[in-house]
Design a protein around this ligand. Sequence first.
Ligand SMILES: Nc1ncnc2c1ncn2[C@@H]1O[C@H](COP(=O)(O)OP(=O)(O)OP(=O)(O)O)[C@@H](O)[C@H]1O
Ligand SMILES: [Mg+2]
Length: 231
Amino acid sequence: MAGKRKGIFITFEGIEGCGKTTQVKLLSGRLRNHGIPVLATREPGGTLIGKTIRRILLDSRNTAIAPKTEWLLYAADRAQHVQEIILPALREGKWVLCDRFMDATEAYQGRARGQDTQLIRVINDLVVQGVKPDLTILLDLPVEIGLGRALRRNSVSNAGTQDRFEREHLSFHRKVRKAYLDLAQREKDRFVVVNADTSEQEVEEAIFHYVEPLVQKCSGVQRSGFRKEKQ
Ligand SMILES: Nc1ncnc2c1ncn2[C@@H]1O[C@H](COP(=O)(O)OP(=O)(O)OP(=O)(O)O)[C@@H](O)[C@H]1O
Ligand SMILES: [Mg+2]
């Protein structure tokens, strides 16, 4: 169970194109430079089984997918991911950086798709086996900017194709953004909200501002505990 975990678990959340993947890479590099063992992973698709689930979830042809099918596939992906990757890495003392995790299900499938958020929390609790993030970084920016970035990225690296979520209406993405901000408000001890509408480097610095105390705590420099400060 989660009791024996020694590593630190940081999740990255936010709407499409807010910079999660970019910042997971940047923070991984920075932590490795501090001599910290890092495992960078993502949902959906952090395992071999999860990759198959990811293909189903993101395939833009799967417009017939029922909301409960979508939600439970995310849950199945997470169950496998925690069991096979996240929990063993944390037990080994690695820092796990995860590109989307349980909050995404509550924001997308719960608030934006209208599924029962209470039930989503119950299933999340079941599949995470007590493995809750130590810190969740919410990268926040207007949906038009995030989607614009995702579109430009796809035109360069993905032959211009959009996944099933990127094809959703702006109103859907606005609901997701609002849901994330509400989650951050509800769980202030775990979340930090970072303005993602700045340069990659500025976002990186803003994130490290929150992560540095954890690094110091783990390296024994600062023993007073992790305390977040408002930006
Ligand atoms: N701060 C930034 N300013 C400008 N462009 C950025 C910034 N951060 C990332 N980008 C670029 O925007 C695009 C989207 O970034 P990225 O893929 O990291 O976002 P994401 O949140 O992982 O998106 P998705 O939700 O689709 O996985 C990429 O082309 C990336 O290079
Ligand atoms: Mg990404």
